[in-house]
Write a protein that binds this ligand. Structure first.
Ligand code: ADP
Ligand code: MG
Length: 323
C-alpha cells in the first residue's frame, strides 16, 4: 500500500532533530514560526542534492540523510553561525518506507548532534532530489564572510584535504591503492561539518569558506570577494596517508587542490593572532594547518616542491565543461 503525502510527513518527518523551545510552531501548519532572540541575526543557506549528479541511486539512504543536512551545516559553519533550524524539500519517485525510515534516521542523527530542529518542508513525487535549507544564529554583525582577507594574512585549512575525492576514485574503480582506503569512504558519505570550529573562528578569522568544490576554487572565492590573491605552499597541504600515497604513486596533486566534498574550512588570519589559533587547536583537538599567504596580486598560485608556481587544477563546476 502506498503512503499518502500526509502520512509520510507524519510518520517520518515529524519530531526530527533536537527539541528547541524557540520553535513556536514546527511541522504541521502552513509555515513554521521561530523565535529569534534579541540581538541575533539569521544565517540562511540552501543546498540541493540530485540523484545522478550528487549521488547514485543505490547510495545508502541513511548516509544520504546525513549528508543532505551536513552540506548545509558546513555552510553555516563557514559563516560562524550556530545551527538552529532546517527545512527539507523532498522529491521522491515513490514513498518507499524502508528508504524513508533510513533517510530520516540519518538526517535525525546529525540534526540532534548539532541541536537542529526540522521545522518544515515539502514532499512531492518526481525524480529523487533533496533540498535542505538551514538557519543558524549569529550575534548581530559578527558573521564570518568570504570578503575580509587582506594581504599578509595567513591561510589555514582544517583537517585533511582530498580524502572524499580519493574515496570516490576508489569507488569508481579508477584507483586501486595500497590499502588504507576504508576509512576514507566515511569522509565521502558521512562528512562531519566543522561547526564547532566555525563558531570559535568568529571574531578571529578575517575570512572563511567551506571547502566543497576543492581548495583552489574555494580559496579563489575568498580572494575574489576580498579583492586579493593567494600563494599556497603545496608541500604544506594537510593530507591523510592514503592521499599522500596516491600523490607519491601518481604525481597528481588534484585531490587536495581540487577534490570536492571535503567540507573542511579554509580561512584567513591576521599573523598576530596565531597564538590564539594555536590555543584553539588545543581546545578543540582540531588540526589547523598553515598552508599559505594572502597576497595583493589577484589569483591563486600554488608552489610545488621544486619551487615552481602554477595554477590549481579547476574545481567542480556544474555548468563547466567536463571533458
Ligand atoms: P502546504 O500544502 O500548506 O504547503 P504541506 O501539505 O506541503 O503544506 O505540508 C504540511 C506540513 O508538513 C507543513 O508544515 C510542512 O512544512 C510539513 N512538511 C512537508 N513535507 C515535509 C518534509 N519532507 N519534512 C518536514 N516537514 C515537511
Ligand atoms: Mg499551506
Amino acid at each position: 500500500m502506498s503512503l499518502s503525502e500526509l502520512s509520510v510527513i507524519a510518520r517520518y518527518f515529524t519530531g526530527i532533530g533536537a527539541g528547541r523551545d524557540d520553535v513556536r510552531l514546527g511541522v504541521g501548519d502552513d509555515g513554521a514560526i521561530l523565535r529569534v532572540p534579541p540581538g541575533r541575526e539569521l544565517a540562511v543557506t540552501v543546498d540541493t542534492l540530485v540523484e545522478g549528479v550528487h549521488f547514485l541511486a543505490d547510495v545508502d539512504p541513511e548516509t544520504l540523510g546525513h549528508k543532505s543536512l551536513a552540506v548545509s551545516l558546513s555552510d553555516l559553519a563557514a559563516m560562524g553561525a550556530d545551527p538552529a533550524w532546517a527545512t527539507l524539500a523532498l522529491t521522491l519517485p515513490s514513498p518507499d518506507e524502508v528508504w524513508l525510515q533510513a533517510f530520516a534516521q540519518g538526517f535525525d542523527g546529525l540534526a540532534r548532534a548539532h541541536g537542529v530542529n526540522l521545522v518544515g518542508g515539502d514532499t512531492t513525487r518526481g525524480p529523487l532530489s533533496i533540498t535542505v535549507q538551514a538557519q543558524g544564529l549569529l550575534p548581530a554583525g559578527q558573521g564570518l564572510r568570504r570578503s575580509g582577507a587582506s594581504p599578509g594574512d595567513l591561510i589555514y585549512a582544517t583537517g585533511t584535504l582530498g580524502d572524499a575525492a580519493l574515496a570516490l576514485l576508489a569507488q569508481q574503480g579508477l584507483y586501486v591503492g595500497s590499502g588504507r582506503l576504508d576509512g576514507l569512504v566515511s569522509r565521502l558519505e558521512r562528512p562531519m561539518p566543522r561547526v564547532a570550529e566555525g563558531l570559535a573562528l568568529r571574531g578571529l578569522a578575517t575570512a572563511a569558506i567551506d571547502i566543497s568544490d576543492g581548495l583552489g576554487a574555494d580559496l579563489g572565492h575568498i580572494c575574489e570577494a576580498s579583492g586579493a590573491g593567494a600563494w599556497i605552499d603545496m608541500t604544506r597541504l594537510p593530507c591523510s596517508e592514503a592521499v599522500r600515497a596516491y600523490i607519491a604513486e601518481t604525481g597528481d596533486w588534484a585531490l587536495p587542490l581540487s577534490g570536492g566534498d571535503d567540507y573542511e574550512l579554509c580561512f584567513t588570519l591576521a599573523p598576530e593572532r596565531q597564538g590564539e589559533l594555536e590555543a584553539l587547536a588545543q581546545r578543540l583537538g582540531t588540526p589547523f594547518t598553515w598552508i599559505g599567504l594572502v597576497e595583493a596580486q589577484p589569483g591563486v598560485r600554488c608552489q610545488s616542491e621544486d619551487g615552481s608556481l602554477g595554477s590549481p587544477p579547476a574545481g567542480y563546476d556544474h555548468f563547466g565543461r567536463h571533458d
